[in-house]
Design a protein around this ligand. Structure first.
Ligand SMILES: *[C@@H]1O[C@H](CO)[C@@H](O)[C@H](O)[C@H]1NC(C)=O
Ligand SMILES: *[C@@H]1O[C@H](CO)[C@@H](O)[C@H](O)[C@H]1NC(C)=O
Ligand SMILES: *[C@@H]1O[C@H](CO)[C@@H](O)[C@H](O)[C@H]1NC(C)=O
Ligand SMILES: *[C@@H]1O[C@H](CO)[C@@H](O)[C@H](O)[C@H]1NC(C)=O
Ligand SMILES: *[C@@H]1O[C@H](CO)[C@@H](O)[C@H](O)[C@H]1NC(C)=O
Ligand SMILES: *[C@@H]1O[C@H](CO)[C@@H](O)[C@H](O)[C@H]1NC(C)=O
Ligand SMILES: *[C@@H]1O[C@H](CO)[C@@H](O)[C@H](O)[C@H]1NC(C)=O
Ligand SMILES: *[C@@H]1O[C@H](CO)[C@@H](O)[C@H](O)[C@H]1NC(C)=O
Ligand SMILES: *[C@@H]1O[C@H](CO)[C@@H](O)[C@H](O)[C@H]1NC(C)=O
Ligand SMILES: *[C@@H]1O[C@H](CO)[C@@H](O)[C@H](O)[C@H]1NC(C)=O
Length: 291
């Protein structure tokens, strides 16, 4: 009991000290795919008097994070070496860029990680962690479908996270609707990356209520079968009235009631009006406020 109290006490002390020593900035949570890698975008600030240490080739590590490993030392890390993901520092520490890559991840690596910088006679830790979740499945794509109008160029946008730049997902459309596809990698505000695919096409009547899939494909280091994930959207194409028809029930006799029906196919459905230009001549007209 005494020992436990002491532990908590000393870890609070060291946390307070660390906060003064370093301020690192990285996302609070990151998702990764098992069998792949993960980039942790990271930047840090360090107190003026400690900046000299940056020229003495400090070692940057990510401590796997219960209170134990945060408090405890390399002994814990060594004892659990097989549970530690392989790491690579890709940022330039002298430029306060601590961007790192975790490689060959499995779901066993899901945990909190704390950034630590060390060199001789110097060690600082960030007290906020990044929660890394490694999943065996691929994130579902996000698809944006704007209002589509018949005959007017429209585009569908599909975005999928790309946590590992050396294995970016491939985004395809099924069906591709005879359109043009543009794909690029975009940088998000938190430093992570996404792949975006834009399908540029001309909607027609036959695309109305059609199901379209955005499919994300991800090749993995250790597997021959790629991972797949998809999102299905149903298109809604607006079009002006078509196939206008007038039908008549009842007999055209004086004093008889006659029912005239005016029909048309439009999306959104159009309102109609009757016009009588001349005695005996009726016109049915649809109002359409489309393009
Ligand atoms: C991680 O994945 C979960 C579940 O798929 C999702 O809800 C969450 O938004 C994702 N987080 C990030 C930072 O992408
Ligand atoms: C580092 O300090 C600069 C200047 O005060 C600030 O603009 C920047 O956001 C800080 N970066 C981090 C990671 O705290
Ligand atoms: C470090 O771990 C080893 C075995 O993993 C153990 O024998 C040793 O006593 C530990 N040292 C400390 C200081 O806890
Ligand atoms: C940090 O380094 C990584 C890897 O070299 C680079 O992609 C990223 O743009 C750098 N970040 C900043 C803010 O310079
Ligand atoms: C990835 O990890 C597996 C088992 O954890 C290992 O067999 C394989 O060699 C590793 N691959 C790389 C490229 O490190
Ligand atoms: C990550 O995993 C933790 C623990 O399983 C869970 O509590 C958290 O909601 C997950 N976060 C995301 C963004 O999926
Ligand atoms: C997508 O469509 C909108 C509106 O039609 C247009 O402004 C935009 O430039 C299009 N984007 C691409 C990449 O075609
Ligand atoms: C991506 O998908 C396209 C279209 O299906 C295909 O031609 C290409 O080879 C794929 N690339 C990868 C890396 O899977
Ligand atoms: C697709 O690209 C071709 C060649 O650049 C162009 O002629 C065509 O109009 C484009 N189609 C659409 C739907 O934007
Ligand atoms: C015609 O319809 C009106 C109103 O529904 C009704 O009052 C009238 O009796 C009908 N006339 C005949 C001949 O069916």
């Amino acid at each position: 009991m005494l020992a436990a109290d002491f532990l908590v006490f000393s870890s609070i002390l060291s946390a307070a000290w660390c906060q003064a020593g370093i301020k690192a900035l990285y996302p609070k949570t990151l998702n990764a795919t098992s069998g792949s890698c993960l980039v942790i975008p990271c930047q840090f600030n360090i107190s003026k008097e400690k900046e000299v240490f940056l020229d003495r080739s400090p070692v940057a590590t990510w401590l796997r994070g219960s209170l134990w490993s945060l408090y405890d030392t390399d002994n814990f890390t060594n004892a659990h070496r097989q549970l530690e993901p392989q790491m690579k520092m890709v940022g330039d520490l002298r430029k306060k860029n601590c961007t790192s890559v975790m490689m060959n991840l499995t779901s066993l690596h899901s945990d909190r990680y704390f950034f630590r910088l060390q060199s001789e006679g110097f060690s600082v830790r960030e007290t906020k962690s990044v929660q890394i979740n490694v999943s065996d499945s691929l994130a579902e794509p996000r698809v944006i479908v704007p209002v589509l109008r018949e005959g007017e160029v429209g585009n569908l946008t599909c975005t999928v996270p790309a946590p590992c730049p050396s294995a970016t997902p491939n985004v395809t459309w099924d069906p591709a609707l005879g359109g043009n596809i543009t794909q690029w990698t975009q940088l998000n505000a938190d430093g992570t990356q996404s792949v975006q695919s834009i399908l540029n096409f001309i909607p027609s009547l036959r695309h109305h209520e059609l199901k379209v899939n955005c499919v994300s494909t991800h090749l993995r280091d250790r597997e021959d079968k790629p991972l797949l994930s998809h999102k299905t959207v149903i298109l809604n194409v607006e079009y002006p009235p078509k196939e206008t028809q007038i039908s008549l029930t009842g007999s055209v006799w004086l004093g008889n009631n006659l029912t005239l029906t005016c029909q048309s196919n439009a999306n959104p459905s159009a309102a109609h009006r009757w016009f009588m230009k001349k005695e005996g001549f009726l016109t049915c007209a649809f109002l359409y406020c489309g393009p």
